[in-house]
Design a protein around this ligand. Sequence first.
Ligand code: NCD
Length: 315
Amino acid sequence: MVGKDIISVNQFNRKSLEAIYQISLIMEKKSREKEELDILKDKIMASLFFEPSTRTRFSFESAILRLGGKVISTTDAIYSSMTKGETLKDTIKTVEKYADIIVIRHPQKGSAKIAARCTKIPVINAGDGPGEHPTQALLDFYTIKKEKRRVSGLKISMVGDLKYGRTVHSLVKLLSNYENLEFCFISPKELKMPKEYLEILKEKKIKYTETDNLECNLGDLDVLYMTRVQKERFENEKDYEKLKDSFILNKKLLEKAKNGMIVMHPLPRINEISTDVDCDPRAKYFDQVENGLFVRMALLSLVLGKIDIEEKVLI
Ligand code: NCD
């Protein structure tokens, strides 16, 4: 992975996923033991966020700082020359002169790929519109594997905005590397999982069902992955208002689920999960937030050549 871009989860297979899992575990252990790490002390990360972010940006920035590196950032296009009409390409060609790696979030699908093509330094996709969010999928995978001790054979429901939600797009593709999974896609009919992702599952002979009923298989699930309706992708506010509270998970409903089921959400949540679920031991969304730090520490170290992926040791 040294010097490589991270644009899509298509880049990963079972072997690299397992390696990233192991290296993230090492990062978690070192962080919990407060071991001082400075393996990226000569590195500067540029974080270029043209869409709002809390967790993704802060966890990337925290990750490089915890590894001894430095950050330069613009959190909104209004603070960069793109508002003056500069193209994404010219912005990237400028930023590459100041940094060793670029983390980019941009509203346009395919933008991270475009950015990666015009620079020699590695580019990490932190969300390209409704396209993909590969590093979120990696931290979701890390959370699932750590909590459930396996990935193959799990029964997983994804709920909410499956049409525009980039986290579910990336996660479904990533998980399709494993066997005997059963997916249930729960959404209003207007926000169904796009065909291209269903086709991937069909090709790999992975079972899935689609429904608009949150309760239908709740008692049978291993993972319940909730998402918010992506307000910013709607042209018409009324359409959003109609759909925004389609599914709400609360304490009462959770009584129907198994003790070993986990509840996940990439956050931010709006109303999809009532706060009365937060202290249930099955609620893992704030653990996901923390896992994002460890996984991004692992990814930055790998891409910047400071970890040997085969040996899993710091260089
Ligand atoms: C997600 C995103 O930006 O796609 N958030 C995140 O990165 N943790 C999910 C969302 O915004 O709903």
